[in-house]
Design a protein around this ligand. Structure first.
Ligand code: SF4
Ligand code: SF4
Length: 125
C-alpha cells in the first residue's frame, strides 16, 4: 500500500508563499518556461530574508497553480514541492507526521508511521 498518493487537491499550493528556491532551481524553471532568468525572477519571484520565494497569486494560490490542472511547472517544480510529504520533520517525528495528515489528504490514513518512514527512504533513491 502506498503511504502517499497526491489527490491533486491543491491545498498545499494555497497560502502566503512559503516555497523558496534552492540554488539553480530558478535557472531550471526559467529554462522550462523559455524565459530569461532575470525575467523569471522579476515576474514570478520575490526576495525575503535573503531567499528567493515563488510569488503568491491574487487568488492566494502559488503563482504557478492552475485550477483544474494543477502545477504549471510540475516537471521542474521546486524541491520543496517534490519532496512533500517526506520532509525531515515528518519522517523524524510521529506527531508532526500526524499533523501532516490533517494538512494533506494524500497521506494514507491506513499506513503506519513505520511504513511511512520506510517508503520515504525509497522515495529518496
Ligand atoms: S495537499 Fe497533499 S494531496 Fe493535496 S495537492 Fe498537496 S500533496 Fe497533493
Ligand atoms: S510550484 Fe507547483 S507544486 Fe509547488 S506550490 Fe507552486 S503550484 Fe504548487
Amino acid at each position: 500500500m502506498k503511504t502517499f498518493e497526491c489527490k491533486m487537491c491543491g491545498d498545499c499550493c494555497f497560502g502566503e508563499g512559503g516555497i523558496y528556491l534552492e540554488d539553480q532551481e530558478s535557472e531550471r524553471i526559467a529554462l522550462f518556461l523559455q524565459t530569461s532568468h532575470d525575467d523569471f525572477l522579476a515576474c514570478f519571484c520575490e526576495e525575503r530574508n535573503n531567499r528567493t520565494y515563488l510569488k503568491t497569486g491574487r487568488d492566494n494560490f502559488c503563482i504557478f497553480y492552475e485550477m483544474g490542472t494543477g502545477c504549471a511547472i510540475h516537471p521542474v517544480k521546486p524541491g520543496r514541492c517534490s519532496l512533500w510529504p517526506f520532509y525531515r520533520a515528518n519522517v523524524e517525528d510521529e506527531e508532526t507526521w500526524e499533523m501532516a495528515k490533517w494538512a494533506c489528504r494524500g497521506i494514507s490514513r491506513e499506513c503506519s508511521f513505520e511504513e511511512f518512514v520506510r517508503q520515504s527512504r525509497l522515495a529518496e533513491k
